[in-house]
Design a protein around this ligand. Structure first.
Ligand SMILES: Cc1cc2nc3c(=O)[nH]c(=O)nc-3n(C[C@H](O)[C@H](O)[C@H](O)COP(=O)(O)O)c2cc1C
Length: 340
């Protein structure tokens, strides 16, 4: 039995957000060498994508380390890459508590955090202090907009974050798919998205000149999209030469959890109940993209087999969040062994 299996029954008796905070704080130990408590994943084949060399295909999905405060501890769990954020230009507290709910019978989670974070300057300062990135670890920084910035000015928030994080990221994720910031997902609509991507690509080109380094940009999308919308998004990804697409964020759908305690809470549902929806979106993306833009698959990966399904649907890399809560850090090694 590993350390996580021993602590999980205790953690699951606590309020979910307290358990979450306690686990993250305990990760600080890992930075001090307790990483030895967790078995390291077996060596994997290196994946070359977006001009980066991923030492293994399993990444930490955005949202667990919103401020980049635990990067080195998380790296000790064996991830091939770590995505921090979502970060916004200004600090914001997020929605009132409670805002995190477990649905253990379904191995699901509902959250309505609402981009609680300390703002982009605090995140950058944390990244500067992390050894992982300085030593060449692959760090994604996921950017968003403040809750009180209207959609018509959303691009300004993304630009502020893009400029501030550019020098500190291996890749940057543009998050337009959280269900917990009012109307954010409307940025996935064709005209809004075309404008946003065009502006961000122009800025990326300028920043690449200034810094002498091209930092790839990924777009993170929702699972709640019709096939027509997915086709429109893929056209825009190709047209604007976006470097990767991350599919998917959490779902608003509840059919997989009907009747369960907390199923009716407002927020985004993740974990096992979003798995098939995410895989479906990846399949659609893959059909349209035909390998021209890499896909990172995320949503309900709780085992090596789940990860394999994402790869078979067309993903080149995977990310995990809820799987870490339900299965603990050993899920990273299990996925690595399955994917090889
Ligand atoms: C508590 C929680 C907070 C999240 N916060 C963010 C976030 O800030 N930004 C983001 O892009 N995704 C966020 N996500 C979505 C995850 O990154 C991931 O896309 C989604 O949970 C599906 O993966 P999973 O089933 O492995 O959890 C969050 C997920 C959870 C459970």
């Amino acid at each position: 039995m590993d350390l996580y299996s021993l602590s999980k029954p205790i953690l699951f008796k606590l309020d979910p957000e307290n358990a979450h905070d306690l686990t993250l704080k305990s990760l600080k130990w890992l930075e001090r060498g307790a990483g030895a408590l967790f078995p390291k994943p077996a060596p994997c084949q290196i994946r070359q994508l977006m001009g980066l060399s991923f030492p293994n295909p399993v990444g930490l999905a955005a949202g667990l380390d919103k401020n980049g405060a635990y990067i080195d501890g998380l790296a000790a769990l064996g991830f091939g890459f770590i995505e921090i954020g979502t970060v916004t230009p200004r600090p914001q507290p997020g929605n009132p508590k409670p805002r995190l709910f477990r649905l253990p019978e379904a191995e699901g989670i509902i959250n309505r955090f609402g981009f609680n974070n300390l703002g982009v300057d605090a995140l950058v300062s944390n990244v500067r202090n992390s050894r992982f990135y300085q030593k060449g670890g692959i760090l994604g920084i996921n950017i968003g907009k403040n809750f009180d910035t209207p959609n018509e000015r959303a691009v300004d928030d993304y630009l502020i974050c893009l400029r501030k994080v550019y020098a500190h990221a291996s890749y940057i994720t543009v998050n337009i798919s959280s269900p917990n910031t009012k109307n954010l997902r409307q940025l996935q609509d064709k005209d809004a998205l075309a404008g946003l991507l065009e502006t961000l690509k122009l800025e990326q080109a300028e920043l690449a000149q200034t810094h002498g380094r091209y930092v790839p940009m990924a777009l993170k999308i929702a699972p709640d999209l019709e096939s027509e919308q997915i086709a429109e998004i893929t056209d825009l990804l190709l047209q604007h030469e976006i470097d990767a697409v991350i599919a998917t964020n959490t779902t608003l759908a509840r059919e997989a959890v009907v009747g369960l305690k907390h199923a009716e809470e407002t927020g985004g549902l993740s974990g096992a109940p979003v798995k098939s929806k995410s895989t479906q979106v990846i399949r659609h993306l893959s059909m349209h993209l035909q390998g021209r833009i890499p896909i990172m698959g995320v949503g309900g990966i709780l085992s090596g087999k789940d990860a394999q399904e994402k790869i078979e649907a067309g993903a080149s890399l995977v990310q995990v969040y809820s799987g870490l809560i339900y299965r603990g850090p050993r899920v990273v090694g299990e996925i690595c062994s399955t994917l090889g």
